[in-house]
Ligand binder design. Structure first.
Ligand code: TUI
Length: 316
């Protein structure tokens, strides 16, 4: 049975976190992942504080297991959302797109574990000094906001730089990915894209079908010129973005074009002019299946790889 120090720290059965994806990981998906032995995480993105409160309460109704909330630090509602997390004593807080340092003391006082997502060694070091409980090291294979390093290059460097548990993210969708992450020194993984096609995931079916059809080179990174590079599945919107960026359209205008696009894709199913954020492993997602089945496949797959690899070590 696969167990790491992450499982003990977070009170979970398997070292698998579900990425906190805005407009994608609602209380339904998060609770299903926690019920299946992983750590489900509600994605809050730019959502209103009231919505976050209701989601946390809904997740509590759906599971008695620990779950987390992801805070996107560029949201205008960060302060109020942190307050809700503290009042509700949410077990785990993950953060994205920024430095959560100033919120750590208050989160710890409420008993929350803090696991920021980072894309560099420097930020991992700084956050360890600020007292975080663990680090999620996310490579550029992931969907959404991305950094500059691959998971393969980033994870071992972060592992060497900090003592707290490191979770690998970006480009992981099956047991081989989990086994590889453990080989790099991580003590768990975070998966996002694979869970988008979970039966319990409430996104529009158009997005699930687009993911199922996607091939290896179907994602692109747009928005580098705005300072917020984002990996998405290629569509009419991403091509328009690329065309505008090639004309050096001012970042403010590009940002304006992006407003409301994630919701349009995930909720309304606009897969042409919506922002279909997804990772490079999209082609490995081939069907809609229940969360419990996804987690069992990943865990047994990793166990098999780890057991078989012993046989590669021969002689002295
Ligand atoms: O946050 C994510 N993925 C996201 S956030 C998002 S919503 C969004 N919408 C428009 C523009 C930007 C974001 C969609 N997907 N992943 C975690 C992540 N965080 N990856 C990289 C980072 C990161 C990047 C820079 C964390 C910290 C950082 O620097 C902060 C600092 O102050 O040094």
């Amino acid at each position: 049975m696969l167990k790491t120090r992450l499982c003990e720290m977070l009170g979970i059965k398997y070292p698998i976190l579900q990425g906190g994806m805005a407009w994608v990981s609602t209380a339904e998906l998060a609770a299903a992942v926690s019920n299946a032995g992983g750590l489900g995480i509600i994605g809050t993105g730019q959502a209103l504080p009231d919505w976050v409160s209701r989601q946390v309460r809904r997740a509590r109704e759906l599971t008695d297991k620990p779950f987390g909330v992801n805070v996107m630090l560029l949201s205008p509602h960060v302060e109020e959302i942190m307050q809700i997390i503290i009042e509700e004593k949410v077990a785990v807080v993950t953060t994205g797109a920024g430095n959560p340092g100033k919120y750590i003391p208050a989160l710890h006082a409420a008993g929350c574990r803090v696991f920021p997502v980072v894309s560099s060694v420097a930020l991992a070091r700084r956050l360890e000094r600020a007292g975080v409980d663990g680090i999620i090291a996310e490579g550029l294979e992931s969907g959404g906001h991305v950094g500059e390093l691959t998971t393969m290059a980033l994870v071992p460097q972060v592992v060497d730089a900090v003592r707290v548990p490191v979770v690998a993210a970006g480009g992981i969708a099956d047991g081989r990915g989990l086994a590889a992450a453990l080989a790099l020194g991580a003590c768990g993984v975070q998966m996002g894209t694979r869970f988008m096609c979970a039966s319990e995931c409430t996104i529009h079916d158009n997005v699930k079908q687009m993911l199922i059809k996607a091939r290896d080179r179907d994602t692109v990174v747009t928005g580098r010129s705005t300072g917020h590079p984002v990996r998405v599945l290629q569509n009419k919107l991403s091509r328009l973005f690329e065309e505008m960026e090639s004309r050096c359209v001012p970042p403010a205008e590009l940002e304006k074009l992006g407003v409301g696009r994630l919701r349009a894709a995930m909720q309304d199913g606009d897969v042409e002019m919506g922002s279909v954020m997804a990772g490079q492993i999209c082609a490995m997602v081939s069907r809609v299946q229940p969360v419990a089945e996804i987690i069992q496949e990943v865990v047994t797959g990793a166990e098999q790889v780890l057991k078989n690899n012993w046989t590669l070590v021969v002689g002295e």
